[in-house]
Write a protein that binds this ligand. Structure first.
Ligand code: NAD
Ligand code: LMR
Length: 339
C-alpha cells in the first residue's frame, strides 16, 4: 500500500518537474456530461495544465469541486450560465474542449443530432470568439463534419477566424483503428498508429491501413473498414439508449489536448490526424478535411498530404468526399440562415 503510493507520488513529481514551464488554462464546455466528466478528470491529471475551468448548463461547479480535490497542482473552477459563468470559464483559456450537446440513441445518425447541436455549438463559438479569440478550439460535439464549419463561420463573422486554431477531434477514429487492427493481428495496440483521414461519420471515416504496411484484402479488409467507420454505432447499440462513447472519447480528447500542449511548449514532430481548414480538397469545394497535421505553438504547423494509397482506399476516399461536401455545406448554410 505504502509502496504503491510512494511510486505514484514519485511519478507525479517527475511529471511536474518535466513540465511546469508554462501556464496553460484548459476549459471544458459541457464539463458535467458523459464525456465532459472523464475528460476533465484526465485534464486534471495532466501536469501541463495549470488551470482547469469546467462549464456546463447544469452541474459544472459540482464536478469541479469533486475533481478539484485530486492532489495535482492545477486549480479547478466550475461555472454555470449565471453570473457571467461562460465568460469567466473562457477568459485566458489556451485550449477549449467542446463536448457540449446531445449524444445519439440507437437508430440515429450523427446528422440527426444537427438540429439540436448546431445551435449549441454556434452559441458556444460566439462566446469563445468574444472571450478567448486566440484559443485553440477543439470541437467534439457531433456532427463534427458540420459543427466545425459552424465554428469557423461564427469566428469569421466576428473577424477573429484563425484556421490554425480550429480542430475537429477525430482522434477516436485513430484510437479505434489502432485497437481493432491489433485485435486482428495480435499486435500490441500501443505500437499501432493507423492513419485515418476524411471526416467523422460513417463513410467519411477513411482508414489508410496500407500506410502502416498492412495489406488486408477481401472480407478481412471490408470488416476492418466497416468496424472503424461504424465503431461509434457499436457503442451506441451496446449502451442501448444511454448515449454514445464517453470514456474512450475522453481518452481520445485528452490525447489530442496533450499533443497540442506538448507542441505549444516547444516539442517538435507532434502529429495527429484532425479535421481542419485544409487546402487538400479545396479545389473540389471541400474546405475542411482530416489528415495528419503537425502541431506547433501556433496550432496547425503543417498539413500533410494524403500520401500513397491503394485503389481500394481511393474508392473509400471518393465516397467520403461526396458526403463530406454536403455535411460542410449544411454547417455553413445553418450559420447563414441562423446567424
Ligand atoms: P451528454 O449528454 O452526456 O453530455 C453533454 C453535456 O453537454 C451535458 O452535461 C449538457 O448539460 C451539456 N450541455 C448541453 N448544452 C450545453 C450548452 N449550451 N453549454 C454547455 N453545456 C451544454 O453527452 P456526451 O455523451 O458527453 O456527448 C456529447 C457530444 O459529443 C455529443 O454530441 C456526441 O455525439 C459527441 N461525441 C463526439 C465524439 C467524437 O469522436 N468527436 C465521440 C463521442 C461523442
Ligand atoms: C463516436 O464515434 O463514438 C461518436 O461520434 C459518437 C457517436 O455518435 O457515435
Amino acid at each position: 500500500m505504502f509502496a504503491s503510493r510512494h511510486i505514484f507520488n514519485a511519478c507525479q513529481r517527475r511529471a511536474f518537474s518535466a513540465s511546469a514551464k508554462q501556464a496553460s488554462k484548459v476549459t471544458v464546455l459541457g464539463g458535467a456530461g458523459g464525456i465532459g466528466q472523464p475528460l476533465s478528470l484526465l485534464m486534471k491529471l495532466n501536469p501541463r495544465v495549470t488551470e482547469l475551468a469546467l462549464y456546463d448548463i447544469k452541474g459544472g461547479p459540482g464536478v469541479a469541486a469533486d475533481i478539484g480535490h485530486i492532489n495535482t497542482k492545477s486549480n479547478v473552477t466550475g461555472y454555470q450560465p449565471d453570473a457571467d459563468g461562460l465568460k469567466k470559464a473562457l477568459t485566458g483559456s489556451e485550449i477549449v474542449l467542446i463536448p457540449a450537446g446531445v449524444p445519439r440513441k440507437p437508430g440515429m445518425t450523427r446528422d440527426d443530432l444537427f438540429n439540436t447541436n448546431a445551435s449549441i455549438v454556434r452559441d458556444l463559438a460566439k462566446a469563445c470568439a468574444d472571450s478567448c479569440p486566440d484559443a485553440n478550439i477543439l470541437v467534439i460535439s457531433n456532427p463534427v463534419n458540420s459543427t466545425v464549419p459552424i465554428c469557423a463561420e461564427i469566428f469569421k463573422s466576428k473577424g477573429v477566424y484563425n484556421p490554425k486554431r480550429l480542430f475537429g477531434v477525430t482522434t477516436l477514429d485513430v484510437v479505434r483503428a489502432s485497437r481493432f487492427i491489433s485485435q486482428h493481428k495480435g499486435t500490441d495496440p500501443a505500437d499501432e498508429n493507423i492513419t485515418v483521414v476524411g471526416g467523422h461519420s460513417g463513410v467519411t471515416i477513411v482508414p489508410l491501413l496500407s500506410q502502416s504496411g498492412y495489406s488486408l484484402s477481401g472480407k478481412d479488409l471490408d470488416d476492418f473498414v466497416y468496424r472503424v467507420q461504424y465503431g461509434g454505432d457499436e457503442v451506441v447499440k451496446a449502451k442501448d439508449g444511454a448515449g454514445s462513447a464517453t470514456l474512450s472519447m475522453a481518452m481520445a480528447g485528452a490525447r489530442f489536448a496533450e499533443s497540442l500542449l506538448k507542441a505549444a511548449q516547444g516539442q517538435k514532430g507532434v502529429v495527429e490526424p484532425t479535421f481542419v481548414d485544409s487546402p487538400l480538397y479545396k479545389d473540389q469545394g471541400i474546405d475542411f478535411f482530416s489528415s495528419k497535421v503537425e502541431l506547433g505553438p501556433n496550432g496547425v504547423e503543417q498539413i500533410h498530404e494524403i500520401g500513397k494509397i491503394t485503389p481500394e482506399e481511393q474508392k473509400l476516399l471518393d465516397a467520403c468526399l461526396v458526403d463530406l461536401k454536403k455535411n460542410i455545406a449544411k454547417g455553413v448554410e445553418f450559420v447563414k440562415q441562423n446567424p
